[in-house]
Design a protein around this ligand. Structure first.
Ligand SMILES: Cc1cc2nc3c(=O)[nH]c(=O)nc-3n(C[C@H](O)[C@H](O)[C@H](O)COP(=O)(O)OP(=O)(O)OC[C@H]3O[C@@H](n4cnc5c(N)ncnc54)[C@H](O)[C@@H]3O)c2cc1C
Ligand SMILES: NC(=O)c1ccc[n+]([C@@H]2O[C@H](COP(=O)([O-])OP(=O)(O)OC[C@H]3O[C@@H](n4cnc5c(N)ncnc54)[C@H](O)[C@@H]3O)[C@@H](O)[C@H]2O)c1
Ligand code: SF4
Ligand code: FES
Length: 808
């Protein structure tokens, strides 16, 4: 029988350790993971890049819901372990669940430190630690303009850069007289400050915060010296504290962190700790590189293959702010018994310092040119002697022979610091597995999977290994790492070779991974459905779970049911039916959605088919990559500003395009005058009534990447609106990448190009013909399931045997 492994904490260090265990022995454990956050494991590091607008939340998932499923891991996301009974070997959770363990890993990470000052709990004050904090800041920045970041460390400065990008004015309040004092010496810090001031940050140094004040929400920061500043968003970035409460109350030895030995064992048998919550030889780490090293050692130990012990790590840091190159590692401050070699070019903003103790290199700080950072880090790590330091490090930087940097690296030099991957390991993987892109190298070796700072170096290595061939692949976006083919090449091959199933596509086009992955399977399923409407039968197992079950799974494992209400209009009968169903099935919350519909939240999975049948309303597709809603304003029937019948047109549009599958969700709106009460300007298709006609806007987005829609054209009649919208939707269906929103697609292919296609009468006719074929083939999924015992069996019994997981 398999041993039971339970992990508390679903973060970066813990899940990496699980990956290492799976690599060593897939069959050893039956695994259960609890995570307080309602997400699968994501790249916390990249929250800075999300805030800075360079990455989306969707892109930072490290292990998809399907990954857990495929590896037989039971994941309870949004559930917190509250108690450990180490005698009985049980864990208890805040949802009343009790799970047995043979081995227990604590990977509870850290909590942000919140200064214990008056006003710290005012609305408008936030930490910066998780997705929730990140979304909150993005949201605040839409309304408020003046931010204060308390803490001039790595996190504070990356947050400040993000808030500047979001259009806020930013004051950074720091307690010391120079920034990042834990990572930099005063000279490097002053250069950094100068650069960041140029970027628009304002610094208040040597300032100790006494309180935050405000009436109902934060309005400012008051300092101990009596001065104050105004702020309507305050971000606390003053360090972190290991999350040890659970361990402490369970009788496990705790100091600053959970005390572990060199094999990550705690004071209680069968309980281990890894990551930011662990304290090893008196040190608690706050960067992923050492945590991943710990994970590897623990995986070996827990699989009964105790190897090298964990003996501590030398850490290096880099700041993720564009335009700033700063690096530090080891003992970087001058002190007793140390000497240093320095280069300081104030004019060009370059500073390099190498610290030596008893003839050996022990630390370094670089500013302005960090290209030798990794090399220096290896030297520090090995404790190389000063003689091995090439004085070329201190030569002025040259832009020539850029490739020579990777050529000059030794095989055991580390390319990716976060994941400890060497040049030799990457070159071997490229040669052995025929890797051609940075993404493939990442998937195969982990290099560039964390902070992404080494992506450039990995790309250079690919170029160095593959020569001219590399650039061919570098520009090509493949469907996923299972194939070297792009989306267009795959679609062309499907048509030419008349491939009809996902399996056939993968087989004939020689997929590297014959089962495909969670990225390509849903994409192929969509492309086949788009190409062969009416003929292709969707492969249920290739769908994201929300689409498979036709309902959105919620954080607590229940589902939400949103029936369609055309144009946001309902009737007494519908309301009565909804009320009856809600009462009968004890629906805990009934909520109005932003798309003008009614959401029944908290429906049990087994009740779904009966709820659908008894409602007798069509599915609102609130879970699908398809038309979601058509929001409408009141319009001329009731509103004195209305020039058109927006509600009538909205209903007509929704009835025409409902159930149409699209590469990503599509939202529409119709407003009857430019006051735009239905928010037509931020929809995928937004219609605005004007005197004598309608304006059609496309490519808008009201989500994380706010984008105002572009005016496509103005037309006179409702028929023309429907025709243009249909042609637009079909062209989007045919030419966008799967999971590409219209906002991104319009930007990629260009509005002018879309106009050329849609305004060409012949092309438009072709698009509309194909659209009508697709629409004719659609069926209401709720009714189908409610009426078919066989479908219910497949979806709710066979498939549901597996723990359901939400969509991406
Ligand atoms: C914005 C930002 C940028 C960063 N940038 C970098 C960088 O550039 N380089 C770098 O190396 N590091 C960086 N870090 C730090 C890095 O993200 C962390 O070191 C790493 O995420 C720690 O991993 P962990 O698994 O130990 O903890 P976490 O990632 O914090 O995971 C712990 C998880 O456990 C959950 N949990 C806690 N208690 C319980 C419980 N009782 N039951 C269930 N679940 C529980 C928590 O909710 C959390 O999700 C950054 C951090 C932030 C916030
Ligand atoms: N690029 C990266 O590697 C990166 C980026 C972000 C976060 N992180 C990690 O996340 C964790 C949290 O980062 P952090 O910057 O909050 O921690 P930190 O401890 O590194 O820095 C906190 C900073 O806040 C300052 N500070 C403390 N009290 C203050 C006060 N009352 N007023 C003003 N300033 C005060 C400290 O002097 C210190 O410089 C760390 O482990 C960090 O390594 C790393
Ligand atoms: S958009 Fe114009 S017509 Fe519609 S409700 Fe608002 S003001 Fe009235
Ligand atoms: S150095 Fe951070 S991912 Fe490679």
């Amino acid at each position: 029988m398999k041993r039971k492994l339970v992990m508390v904490g679903n973060g970066m260090a813990g899940v990496r350790c699980i990956e290492e265990i799976l690599k060593l022995d897939r069959e050893a454990f039956e695994m259960t993971i609890f995570g307080s956050e309602p997400h699968p494991n994501y790249n916390r590091i990249l929250l800075s890049t999300v805030l800075q607008g360079n990455t989306s939340i969707e892109e930072i998932t490290l292990n998809s819901w399907e990954w857990y499923e495929q590896n037989g891991i039971r994941l309870f996301a949004g559930e917190t372990v509250t108690e450990i009974d180490s005698e009985q070997r049980l864990v208890h959770t805040d949802r009343g669940r009790t799970v047995e363990y043979d081995e227990l890993i604590l990977a509870t990470g850290s909590n942000p430190f919140i200064l214990p000052i008056p006003g710290a709990d005012l609305p408008g004050v936030t930490a910066f630690r998780d997705i929730k904090d990140c979304e909150r800041m993005i949201e605040y920045a839409k309304t408020y303009k003046k931010a204060a970041v308390i803490g001039g460390g790595l996190l504070g400065l990356e947050a400040a850069r993000g808030l500047l990008n979001l259009g806020m004015e930013v004051d950074v309040i720091h307690i010391f007289d120079y920034l990042m004092e834990r990572q930099l010496d005063p000279t490097a810090s002053k250069l950094l400050q100068r650069e960041l001031e140029k970027q628009g940050m304002n610094f208040l140094l040597c300032k100790e915060t006494a309180e935050l004040f405000g009436n109902g929400r934060v309005e400012g920061v008051r300092f101990k010296d009596g001065t104050e500043i105004a702020a309507d968003l305050v971000v606390m970035a003053v360090g972190i504290r290991p999350n040890v409460d659970l361990a402490r109350k369970s009788g496990i030895a705790v100091n600053r962190g959970i005390v572990v030995n060199d094999y990550l064992e705690t004071s209680v048998p069968h309980i281990y700790a890894v990551g930011e919550c662990a304290e090893h030889r008196g040190v608690v780490y706050g960067l992923v590189a050492p945590l991943y090293e710990q994970g590897k050692v623990l995986a070996e130990a827990i699989c009964g293959r105790k190897g090298r012990p964990y003996e501590g790590s030398v850490v290096s840091t880099q700041l993720k702010v564009s335009g700033v190159d700063v690096f530090s590692a080891g003992e970087f401050m001058d002190g007793e018994g140390t000497e240093s070699i320095k280069l300081y070019d104030e004019a060009r903003g370059i500073y390099k310092k190498v610290v030596v103790r008893e003839g050996n290199i022990v630390g370094a700080v670089l500013f302005g040119d960090t290209s030798e950072g990794r090399k220096l880090f290896d030297m520090i790590h090995r404790g190389d002697s000063l003689e091995s330091l090439s004085l070329s490090l201190f030569a002025p930087i040259s832009t020539e022979g850029k490739g020579s940097l990777v050529a000059a690296m030794a095989d055991n030099d580390v390319v990716c610091g976060c994941n400890g991957v060497t040049k030799g390991a990457i070159c071997q993987a490229i040669a052995e597995h025929g890797l051609k892109t940075v993404a493939e190298v990442r998937d195969c070796t982990n290099a560039s999977r964390s902070c992404g700072g080494c992506k450039g170096l990995v790309a250079e290595l690919l170029e160095y290994m593959l020569g001219a061939e590399a650039s061919r692949y570098a520009t090509k976006e493949t469907v996923c790492s299972c194939t070297d083919l792009s989306r267009d090449e795959v679609i062309k091959a499907i048509k030419e070779k008349r491939l009809t199933t996902v399996k056939e596509v993968m087989y004939v086009l020689e997929w590297k991974n014959e089962e495909g992955c969670s990225k390509c399977r849903p994409a192929l399923n969509y492309y086949l459905g788009m190409l062969y409407p009416g003929e292709y039968n969707e492969e249920v197992e290739s769908l994201f779970v929300n689409e498979r079950l036709h309902a959105n799974i919620q954080a607590d494992g229940t589902y939400s049911v949103v029936p369609r209400m055309y144009g946001g209009v309902t009737t007494v009968e519908q309301l009565r039916k909804i009320a009856d169903v809600a009462e009968k099935y004890n629906v805990p919350m009934i909520k109005l959605t932003g798309g003008q519909r009614i959401d029944l939240l908290g429906v049990k999975k087994e009740d779904l088919p009966r709820v659908w049948a008894e409602l007798g309303m069509p599915s609102g597709y609130a879970y699908a990559k398809a038309l979601r809603t058509v929001k409408t304003c009141v319009g001329k029937q009731f509103c004195r500003f209305g020039t058109q019948d927006s509600t009538g047109l909205g209903i007509r549009m929704e009835q025409t395009f409902e159930r149409l599958k699209t590469p990503h969700k599509v939202k529409m709106a119709v407003s009857a005058c430019p006051r735009n009460c239905a928010e037509s300007g931020i929809k995928d298709v937004g219609i605005v009534g004007v005197e004598g006609g309608w304006e059609i806007y496309v490519g808008g987005n009201g989500g994380t990447h706010l984008r105002a829609a572009d005016l496509l054209c103005t037309v006179k009649t409702e028929e023309e609106v429907i025709e243009m919208t249909g042609a637009f939707l079909q062209y989007y269906r045919e030419s966008a990448h799967y999971l590409e929103r219209t906002s991104k697609w319009v930007e990629r292919v260009g509005l002018e190009h879309i106009r050329e296609v849609l305004f060409d009468v012949e092309m438009r006719r072709g698009l509309l013909e194909r659209l009508h074929q697709a629409l004719a083939a659609t069926k209401d999924p709720w009714r189908e399931i409610a009426e078919s015992e066989e479908l219910r069996q497949t979806l709710f019994r066979d498939m549901a045997e597996k723990e359901p997981v939400p969509a991406e």
